[in-house]
Design a protein around this ligand. Sequence first.
Ligand code: NAP
Length: 750
Amino acid sequence: MASGEPLFRRIAIIGLGLIGGSLASAVRLNGLASEVVGADRNQEDLILAQSLGIIDTVAKSTAEAVQGADLVVLAVPVQATRQVLEEVHPCLAADATLTDVGSTKAGFVKDIHAVFGGFLPNIIPGHPIAGSEKSGIRATNPDLFRNHKVILTPPDIVDDSHLARLKLLWEACGASVLTMSVEYHDEVLAATSHLPHLIAFSLVDTLAGEDENMDIFRYAAGGFRDFTRIAASDPVMWHDIFLSNRDAVLRVIDHFTRDLDQLRTAIADQDSATLLRVFTRAKAAREHFSKMLSGQAYVTNNSERQVTFRLRPGGEVVGDIRVPGDKSISHRSIMLGALADGVTEVKGFLEGEDSLATLQAFRDMGVVIEGPDNGFVRIHGVGVQGLQAPRGPIYLGNSGTGMRLFAGLLAAQPFDSELSGDASLSVRPMNRVADPLRSMGAVIETAEGGRPPLKIRGSQSTKLTGIHYDMPVASAQVKSCLLLAGLYADGTTSVTEPAPTRDHTERMLAGFGYKVDREGPTASLTGGARLTANAIDVPADISSAAFFIVAASIAPGSDLLLRHVGMNPTRVGVINILQQMGADIQILEEREVGGEPVADLRVRHAELRGIEIPEEQVPLAIDEFPALFIAAVCATGRTVLTGAGELRVKESDRIQVMADGLATLGVTTTVTEDGIVIEGGQTIGGGTVNSHSDHRIAMSFTMAALRATGEIEIQDCANVATSFPGFVELARQTGIRIAAEDSAAGNGQE
Ligand code: NAP
C-alpha cells in the first residue's frame, strides 16, 4: 500500500479503546487511509490518541467523524451500538462502508434493522478474533491483528466491492479474513470464547468466595494461572457479550452443565470407566487442536510441503533396527481390542493418520483408549455388543481401509451412524462393500455413485443374516468388512476370494480367540461368539523393511539386523524373490504375535543374480517392486517381471515412474505391458529423480544411492513421513548418506 492511492480516503473509528485504537494505528502505520479520524465519548483519550500518532484528527462528535468518511468502523461496547448507530445514520454517505468489531453479531444486525429499517448492501458486520485482557487506548497495539483471524458476516445482499475493500483492509493489517453467517458466528463464539470466559469468571469467583483472604490462591500452580487468565478480562465488556448473545450462550451452557453433571455422577459412583473415557477423549482432542494450531494436525496436507532428499553416493548399511509397525495390523489391533472383553495392550502401533482416525472413531463410540504414547496404546475393550452411538458422523480422513472395515462393523450395530472422509476418499466407490452388506440385511445409503458419506441405519430388532459371498475382485478390505459384519450375523458368513489377499483380519480374529475357518480360497466364521483381550506387539511392516533388506543386499560390507518383522505368508514375496536372486537373508527367532508370524532378519551383502520373477510371487510382493527394481539393476544378468499390470495403477504408474527415474541416472530398462525387463550390472549415475509424490519410489531411489557414482536428488518426498515416520533418521543411522530439505510451499502465512 506504500505506493499509489490509499485504500480509503477517510476512515472514521467510533470508540477509541483497545480494538478501535489498534485498528487506527495499524491503518496509519500501513498507509491504508489518507485520514484516520477518531470519535469517543472521552475527549481526553482522543487528544492522547492524536498525540501518540494513533489518529490524524479528533472529532467532537460521532456525526462530525462520519461526515465525508468512506469507511465507518464501530468499535464501541456492544451495548452502546444502537445509540451510536443512531448518531451515525443521518451523516453516513450512501457509498460509504459501515462495519463493526463487536464480539457478537446477532445484536448488531438487530440494531441495524431498528435504526436503518433493514440491511443495506454497504453494511458488513465484522469481528476480529484478537484481543487482550487490557482495554482502553493505552493498550493499543498496531500488531494486534497480525496472524489472527477476522470474521465478516456479510448479508446476502452485500455489495461485493464494499466487501472486497474491507477484506483488503484487514489483510493489510496482517489478519486473515473468513466469512460466515451471523448465526454460525454466534454459535461458534458462544462455544469457543464465551463459555470458557464464563467458566473462568465463575471459578475464580467461587474460589475467592470460599476464602475471604483468598489465601488458597497462594497454593495455586501454573495450571490454575493459565486456566483462569481470561477471568482478568473487562467485566463490562463480558457482561455486554453475555446479554447480547443470550440464546447461543444458554444452549452451550446447558450442554456443558449436562456433561459436568455426568462427571459429577461418575465421581460419586466411583465410575472410573466414564472418567477415563471422557478424559482420554478430551486429551486426544486437545492434542489434535494443538497440532492444528502449529500446522501439523494428523490430517496434514502434505501437498503443501516440499521435501527433497539429497543422497551422497556409496556407503554400507549396518546396525540393529526396527522399522515402524504394520499399518494393517495397527488398524485391526484397535478394532478388535475395542470389541474384546478386557484390556488389550498394543506396542509398536503405527501412529499414522489412518490408524489414528480409527482410534478416534472408537473413542467416539465410547471406548476408552489410552495413548498412543511412543507406539503404546491401551484399549479398554467394551465387548462385541458394547459400542455406543457416536454423537456425530465418524470421520475417517483418507482411510479407505477404515471406511470399508467400519461399514461392516457399523452395519450390524443397533444405532444409526454415518461415515465420512476427506475429499479424495469421498470420490471412492463404496458399493463393493455396501452391496454384499445389503444382501446380509444391512440398510446403507450412499451418495450418488455409491460414494461416501455412508449413512448406516441401525436396528434394535433385526439381526444381519450370514451369507456366502464370491468376491468378483480379490480384495482384503471387502473380505474383512464382511467377516466383521459376520461377527454379529445369524449363522455363518463365508467369503471366497478369486486370488489370495492379505489375511490379517482372519489371523487377528484367531489371535483374539475367535474361530475362523479357512478352506482353500474361502474364509468363514459364525456370528455370536466373543473376543478375548490380547497383548499385541505390532510386527514391523515388511513393506518398510523391504527398502533396508534391498539396501543391505546391494551395498558391499553391509550387515543389518531387522527386528520383529511381520512374516505373513501373503506379504513375504520380497524375501522369496531376493533369496532366489541369491540374497543372504537369515530368518531368525520365528514366532507368532496376535496370530501373525514374526521373525528377526539378518541381511548381509551378497552378489545378486537376475531372475525371471515367478508370477505367483507377484501378488505377495506387489508394493515392494520399486525396491526390487533397484536390486535388479545391481544384480548380474537379466531380471524379467511379468503379470504386474496392477503396478501401473497404484499411487503412480510405478513401473513407468521407476523406469523414468532410472533413465535419469543412466540406467536403461524396457517397460512392457505388465512388467519390466532390467539388464543388471549397469552403472547407476547421479542425477535428479522425481518421485511423483509416491513414497515407495522415493525410498527405493534412496537405496540406489548406495551403489551410485554421483549425488542423487529425489524430489517430492513429503509422503514418506506418512507411511514411514522417522525414515530419514533411521536411514542415516544405518549408514545411508541422506539429508532431507523441507520447505513449506506457500508464502508462510497461516
Ligand atoms: P474498550 O477498550 O473499552 O473501548 C471501547 C471504547 O468505546 C472506549 O473508549 C469507550 O469509552 C468508548 N465508548 C463507549 N461507549 C461509547 C459511545 N456511546 N460513544 C462513543 N464511544 C463510546 O473496548 P474494546 O476492548 O476495544 O472493545 C470494543 C469492541 O470490540 C466491543 O464491542 C468488543 O465486543 C469488541 N471486541 C473486543 C475484544 C477484546 O478482546 N477486547 C476482541 C474482539 C472484539 P469509555 O472508555 O469512556 O467507556
